[in-house]
Design a protein around this ligand. Structure first.
Ligand code: PEP
Ligand code: MG
Length: 799
């Protein structure tokens, strides 16, 4: 039969845009097949055919065992399915998982990470393109194309493959779940063996660190992402500028002159500490200023002074006397076996360094790095902080500490990519090593291969270009084409985050996590310190509202000074508002501080983790007391300060109607709500795939809260990470959320989405989704709607 004009046109479109047809075909395969294996096999066949590739394969990733297993292939020997297994440290496929980015090789066979499997007959294939299959930010597999011809894959092929990876992710996530359940016992044993191996390896590793750093060896270290971005440069090890070893022990001058030398060194050290404190605190107010004071006090501590003087009178030089005093005191503190005194031991050593430098007349490190430098050390002591402010600094790698250490906070404020907690970094890395710091993923590459360098060059360029593209959206309103406005706001934790919030056009601060400042301090912040900090935020937002959340400590965020109880289930324990309602004086100091800054600009107050009416009433009573105290003291505040709560626990959802009556607004904290509704620990990677924002139970809970807020005429926001995921955001808009608050980086992506989707379409989508009973139905429907709206690239950007 002759082909009609429209059939011809359709065929032509299909030929020119294989992606369109292919995505449709994959959508059908996914919705029509209930057998995961058959779906995956159908997908690879379809991809190979439409994209004219000789090989298309899918590997599934088992994060517990760090293994990749071939699950489906078109082009390789079919009998190798399920038999080809490789560690994530092997092969190009492993790099895709490591980096969570596409990896391309024109001639894979010559790539140093190429791994040959004779079972597959793979040696025929030269060109390789692999993209990660990601579910909720975690790798679940790899999708691969191979050709025998040496060729470069085009940008649209890469983009298409990434789009295909999206529907595959839900299949693989469910496959993983099934496999996990089926092999639980075996896994337990493997885990045990793995731990034994790891301990043995670690012991070996510690005893022979040279094995990792000599021979220009390539090492990859995993740490905590402490400040985002990519940094490339040569390692500069943070080492003391001066050392006690080799200095004369016997005195050369008189007792009097040695005592005078020490006195002069002390004066200079004190001045230097004061100057540094002033400078750093002005740039980064979250830095705990009391740590400077603690060192200052130690400098003048009478027992420290007495030890030095006694040693000088016994005939030692000022340097040797200082060494004895520092050694003696730090030994004493260390023996007390308490975290607080261990910090003091570190302080006294740092002071010793500073004093010695002044005794020897060596100036503070102020050198300018001439070329790109990555600072590497166990931690950054106060006496080294000035290094972090240098030009030419491209990254920081710390063996100790986490995202809230003072060094990390400083680096984030100065926008220097930083990885903290990268164990052994200070012993494995040598001065001058070539380093890549991936502050987004928490990875450090030491002497990386040219391929990895190239990949990171590309990533850096893409990252910049991506930011530039989205920048154009900054001044446009977040409005659907039919005029429905959704407020896009920023979640912040540090003053430094404000820069990004303004850069990306946040309309307001939807969540200020005050506990971040408390975590980096040595004690609860005093009321005045809080006022100063909050005041800076309110004034920097220039009239845009700031929602300040009261302290949300506990569970995974305990400041050391809180004397946290040992709890079996900290997420179900003494956390958040429960802590505040018990430590009423600390709580009221914070409430007074928030009230006081409300006189300086639009502020909203928000209580976290409210689980019942009694709790919000008690919190409001304390707020009333704080108001009365300020009135008595003649301190101004906004008498109409809006008060809201976070809905984060299932009981609050059940009681939404009653709770909204108590407040001016509600904000749904889905990070916690999801974990409590689904009983899935948000930080436990083992059950990470079960942590699912698009679970029907979660969506129903959101709908309950939105309806309750609507009935009461109150505003309803969402401030969990879910708001920044385009697939979720579309649904949230349709459900009727007024305000989406997220990490600033995602605001332009979500704005682009809102500006592309008529409100009616989003509402229809939400209505439909509320009738579904499985994650797969929800995801596939949202995906189809986004595909029809031509918004697949937004999903790619997010993942
Ligand atoms: C949440 O739980 O969604 C939330 C925003 O609070 P946090 O992530 O700080 O617990
Ligand atoms: Mg929370």
């Amino acid at each position: 039969m002759a082909e009609s004009a429209s059939q011809r046109a359709e065929r032509e479109v299909g030929r020119r845009r294989p992606g369109f047809r292919l995505l449709e075909e994959i959508g059908t395969i996914v919705t029509e097949s209930s057998d995961f294996g058959a779906s995956l096999q159908g997908i690879v066949r379809s991809v190979a055919r439409h994209m004219s590739m000789e090989v298309c394969s899918i590997y599934v990733y088992d994060p517990a065992r760090r293994l990749l297993t071939l699950m489906a292939t078109a082009g390789l020997d079919p009998s190798s399915v399920g038999r080809i297994t490789m560690s994530v440290d092997e092969g190009l496929t492993g790099i895709v998982v490591e980096k969570l980015q596409p990896v391309m090789a024109i001639d894979a066979l010559t790539h140093p990470r190429y791994k040959y499997f004779p079972e597959t007959g793979e040696e025929r294939y030269h060109s390789f393109l692999g993209v990660p299959v990601v579910d909720r930010g975690q790798p679940v597999g790899v999708l691969i194309l191979q050709t025998s011809r040496r060729r470069r894959f085009t940008t649209s092929e890469v983009r298409l493959l990434r789009a295909i990876a999206v529907p595959i992710s839900s299949i693989l996530a469910q496959t993983q779940l099934q496999a996990n359940l089926a092999t639980k016992e075996e896994e337990r044993l493997t885990y045990q063996r793995r731990m034994d191996d790891a301990i043995r390896r670690l012991e070996g590793y510690r005893s022979t660190p040279e094995a990792h750093s000599h021979d220009g060896g390539q090492v990859r270290l995993l740490g905590v992402p402490a400040a985002p971005g990519y940094g490339i440069g040569r390692a500069h090890l943070i080492k003391p500028d001066v050392s006690f070893s080799g200095l004369p022990r016997q005195r050369t001058g008189s007792v009097k002159s040695e005592l005078a030398r020490i006195e002069a060194a002390k004066k200079r050290s004190a001045r230097e500490l004061d100057r540094t404190k002033e400078r750093i605190v002005a740039t980064v107010p979250e830095i705990d200023a009391t740590m400077f004071d603690a060192q200052r006090m130690m400098l003048e501590d009478p027992s420290f002074e007495a030890r030095i003087e006694a040693a000088i009178r016994e005939g030692l030089s000022a340097e040797a006397a200082l060494e004895e005093a520092v050694e003696g005191l730090s030994r004493h503190f260390t023996e007390l076996d308490d975290a607080y005194f261990k910090d003091r031991a570190a302080d006294i050593k740092d002071i010793g360094q500073r004093l010695l430098r002044h005794l020897l007349g060596v100036r503070e490190k102020t050198r300018q790095f001439v070329s790109s430098v990555v600072l590497v050390g166990a931690d950054i002591a106060l006496s080294d902080l000035s290094l972090v402010e240098q030009e030419g600094l491209r990254g920081v790698v710390l063996a100790r500490g986490g995202g809230t250490s003072h060094a990390s906070i400083l680096a984030r404020s100065l926008e220097i990519p930083t990885v903290a907690g990268a164990e052994h970094a200070d012993t494995v890395i040598r001065e001058g090593d070539h380093i890549i710091v991936d502050g987004n993923a928490g990875l450090v590459y030491v002497n990386p291969t040219p391929e990895i360098v190239k990949e990171y060059d590309r990533l850096t360029k893409e990252y910049r270009a991506f930011n530039r593209d989205l920048e154009t959206l900054r001044l446009l309103p977040a409005e659907t084409p039919d005029g429905h406005h959704v407020a896009l706001c920023a979640n912040i934790g540090l003053l430094g985050d404000l820069h990004l919030a303004n850069l990306h056009g946040a309309e307001a601060i939807g969540l200020y996590r005050t506990e971040i400042a408390f975590l980096s301090h040595r004690d609860f912040l005093a009321e005045e310190e809080q006022v100063e900090l909050y005041h800076r935020i309110v004034t920097r937002m220039e009239g845009k509202p700031v929602t300040i959340r009261t302290l949300d400590v506990g569970a995974d965020k305990y400041p050391r000074y809180l004397n946290a109880p040992q709890e079996d289930n900290p997420f179900l324990g003494w956390r958040s508002i429960r802590v505040s309602l018990e430590l009423t004086e600390v709580f009221k100091a914070q409430l007074r501080a928030i009230l006081r800054v409300s006189a300086a600009g639009p502020v909203r107050l928000m209580f976290p983790m409210i689980s019942g009416v009694e709790e919000i009433r008690r919190a409001k009573e304390l707020l009333a007391e704080a108001r009365d105290e300020l009135t008595m003291a003649g301190q101004p505040f906004d008498p109409n300060l809006p008060v809201g709560i976070m809905i984060e626990v299932p009981s609050a959802v059940q009681l939404a109607d009653q709770l909204v009556k108590e407040v001016d607004f509600v904000s749904i904290g889905t990070n916690d709500l999801i974990q409590y509704v689904l009983a899935v620990d948000r930080n436990n990677r083992k059950v990470g795939s079960m942590y699912e924002p698009l679970h029907p139970a979660v969506i129903q809970a959101l709908a309950v809260v939105v309806r309750a807020a609507r009935r009461a005429g109150k505003q309803v926001a969402i401030c969990g990470e879910m708001a920044s995921d385009p697939m979720c955001a579309l649904l949230l808009v349709g459900l009727g959320l007024d305000n989406l608050s997220m990490s600033s980086f995602f605001i332009p992506i979500i704005k682009r989405l809102i500006r592309a989707v008529p409100y009616g379409v989003a509402q229809d989508l939400a209505k439909q989704v509320l009738t579904f009973s499985t994650v797969a139905e929800i995801k596939s429907h949202v995906f189809t709607v986004m595909r029809d709206l031509n918004l697949i690239d937004l999903i790619e950007m997010y993942h």
